[in-house]
Ligand binder design. Sequence first.
Ligand code: GRF
Length: 188
Amino acid sequence: MSTVKAAVFASGTGSNFQAIMDADQLSCEIVLLVCDKPGASVLEKAKRQNVPTFVFDPKLYSSKEAYEQELVQRLRNANVSWIFLAGYMRIAGPTFLRAFEGKIINIHPSLLPAFPGKDAIGQAFKAGAAVTGVTVHYIDEGIDTGPIIAQETVEVLETDTEATLKERIQQVEHELYPRVINQLILSK
Ligand code: GRF
């Protein structure tokens, strides 16, 4: 049986990308790292792991459709069948969504539908939430709105600062994402 091939999309530090790469017995091979921020530190991590990268600057394309067409072509060339977003801050358009329907997954640091969008950890902390967490979900054309696959809660402690809360949320992310990826691929 040939290995299932997947791409990770990340534009930040890439700690989730690293956790996926470090996972024991990952049920797919990460054959491409897609990044829309030239210079993002996830790129160094990809280089260290010998994962090929496609880095693009959306501003250099005439439209979302134009860069998504290229994206889809690159993913097809690499025989990618699953896509895992991990800190990719762009809303997917119809060109990308239709090409990989039901195969694009995202991780978000809150219990969706609470605190969608940017700075979900800061939003929860500032709102004084007693509990927050992590969600893995399919994406659609909205901001963090697709069907939920898995969630895990994280209690906000009296003693927490935003930084300590972030640390615990990220620990949960790093364990949850590879586990859900494996379950998804093995169940299809
Ligand atoms: C993670 O918190 C993820 O949930 C969100 O973006 C962050 C990316 O962090 N979508 P990293 O680059 O994986 O460290």
